[in-house]
Design a protein around this ligand. Structure first.
Ligand SMILES: Nc1ncnc2c1ncn2[C@@H]1O[C@H](COP(=O)(O)OP(=O)(O)OP(=O)(O)O)[C@@H](O)[C@H]1O
Ligand SMILES: [Mg+2]
Length: 517
């Protein structure tokens, strides 16, 4: 075993495309040539689908490919590939049905398989699955020596790049063939998860190890659809090593002061508030200010039409937005009909093409429940990465409940934002009052007062002073602190009076007792 491991440690320079471009990018061009890759994952996670791409890529390049199946027929397999738009009908494609019915003759099919690899001068090999092949062999020692043959003879001597598919049980993340894990040059894990809330499946692939390749972010979320395995567009820099100290005006009167001088360039802002609290109006104000300053602005919404936004802007006196400009791009996206990888790619592309200095995404609440929390988190993280990378300042809105608890289920994304501003309408004396509070602003001192604000025709949003003598504003129904104090005083007096009365009754009782005696 030791020899094998040492030998396998040699660096591979040449790469073999996996057939999935994003995965190739992650691996620096593909699998190292002449390597043994273990691909494991739970049932239905997409292991075979990945290998369809790997084999189709080989066929495209004119390389002989051997696919060893322990369950599927050749016809089924070719049909599956065709559904993904992959053509395997070629003299270079060799399908080997590994029959495991007779345990005693297990050495037979293995020898036949080896002969086929030699005869066809295969360059690519897939064994689907190695777990089933090992199970079909007499015992651990037979399995071990078969693995040696595959590794030493097939991969290293004959120069084949091989994928061995391993099956993992429910809740287990390791292959049931530990020594395969040990000799493999690369280990890739594919995971399928079912989100009970949305009813959607989410898939992802993780590179656990890969000799001779520096793998940075080793996780790749993907979907399985008409085009086979489609990874989300690769996003390499969730944490670009950049920091900015230029401040930008929000355009909202009074808000820059609350923020200690405005928003930092490159920051991400979460604007949280119930429906109708002013999230969209504040976002358009932010964009209007950018336009006034000659900046490029991109406004993406899944909640309003562009015409409505412009109309609303005009009513609030946000003329730059209302008028439109070649530095302004406003776009409505129908996220209901999209997969996350499509939405993320679309937004990423818009940002890369248009190069905005200000971006609004209104709003992330519209993404649930169509997307899983995992997908929404990916989206937020991607926009955060893009903002840091390009120095664009991004505002994303999120809707919360009108009254009561402020929490919502996607609270987990809050830490991906540099700034969190809450807009809260609260009830006072039978009416709703607008308030806003800056919950956090990373790397800055800021005002933590709960401010009153107004949305005024032609004048827009105006932030006013704090509320004096009010409590429980963020709960949605404020109390006058005065009333609370008065209530407490009254409570105290009642207690005092009760104590005095009790003492008087006691004295009276004692007096009567003495008189009787
Ligand atoms: N022209 C205007 N003049 C004064 N107030 C306005 C004007 N336009 C809108 N408003 C106020 O702003 C509120 C809507 O603000 P906005 O659309 O920004 O809220 P939102 O938080 O984005 O809500 P939603 O959840 O519907 O997206 C309206 O309910 C109204 O009170
Ligand atoms: Mg809105």
């Amino acid at each position: 075993m030791k020899n094998i491991k040492q030998k396998a440690g040699t660096q591979h320079a040449e790469r073999v495309s996996t057939g999935v471009p994003s995965l190739d990018d992650m691996l620096g061009g593909g699998f190292p040539r002449e390597s043994l890759i273990l691909l494991t994952g739970n049932a239905g996670s997409g292991k075979t689908s990945f290998c369809l791409h790997f084999v189709a890529e080989g066929i495209k390049k004119g390389e002989p490919c051997v696919y060893v199946s322990l369950g599927e027929s050749r016809r089924q397999f070719i049909e599956n590939a065709r559904r993904f738009g992959l053509d395997l009908e070629s003299p270079n494609f060799h399908f080997f049905e590994y029959l495991t019915t007779q345990k005693a003759h297990a050495a037979g099919p293995f020898q036949d398989f080896l002969n086929l690899v030699v005869k066809t001068k295969a360059k690519r090999l897939v064994i689907d699955s190695i777990s089933a092949m090992i199970d079909s062999m007499g015992g651990q020692s037979e399995a071990r020596s078969a693995m040696h043959v595959i590794f030493e003879t097939v991969v290293k001597r004959m120069g084949v790049t091989a994928i061995l598919i391993g099956e993992t049980g429910i809740g287990r993340s390791e292959s049931n063939s530990d020594f395969t894990h040990f000799v493999a040059d690369g280990v890739i894990l594919v995971k399928l998860e079912h989100d009970l809330r949305t009813g959607r499946y989410s898939r992802q692939l993780r590179i656990e190890k890969m000799r001779g390749a520096a793998v940075g972010d080793a996780t790749l979320p993907f979907t399985l659809g008409d085009a086979g395995v489609v990874p989300y567009r690769r996003f390499n820099s969730f944490f670009p090593d950049k920091a900015y100290d230029t401040r930008l005006s929000t355009g909202v009167e009074g808000l820059d002061d609350v923020m200690g001088g405005g928003l930092f360039r490159g920051s991400t802002v979460l604007l949280k508030g119930a429906t109708g609290t002013g999230k969209t109006n504040l976002s358009t104000t932010f964009v209007n200010e950018g336009l006034k300053r000659g900046e490029r602005c991109l406004y993406i919404t899944n909640e309003d039409s562009v015409a409505e936004l412009k109309k609303g802007a005009s009513l609030l006196g946000l003329d730059e937005v209302a008028r439109g400009s070649d530095r302004l791009r406003m776009e409505t996206v129908d996220t209901e009909s999209m997969e996350m990888y499509e939405l993320a790619a679309k937004v990423q592309q818009m940002v890369e093409e248009f190069r905005p200095q200000r971006l609004v995404y209104d709003g992330i609440s519209g993404l649930s429940p169509a997307f899983t929390n995992q997908e929404i988190k990916y989206f937020v993280k991607m926009l955060r990465g893009l903002s840091k990378e390009t120095g664009m300042t991004t505002v994303m809105t999120n809707t919360i409940s009108i009254v009561g608890a402020l929490d919502n289920p996607d609270e987990a994304i809050s830490s991906w934002f540099d700034v969190m501003l809450i807009l809260r309408n609260f009830e006072l004396d039978g009416a709703m009052v607008r308030s806003m509070v800056l919950i956090k602003m990373r790397r800055s001192q800021h005002d933590r007062t709960i401010h009153e604000f107004e949305i005024m025709p032609k004048k827009g949003i105006i932030v006013k002073g704090g509320f004096k003598g009010l409590e429980n504003i963020l709960s949605g129904s404020a109390k006058r602190s005065q009333t609370v104090a008065e209530f407490r005083l009254e409570e105290k007096e009642i207690t005092k009076r009760e104590r005095q009365e009790r003492a008087a009754r006691k004295t009276e009782f004692e007096k009567r007792k003495k008189a009787k005696a």
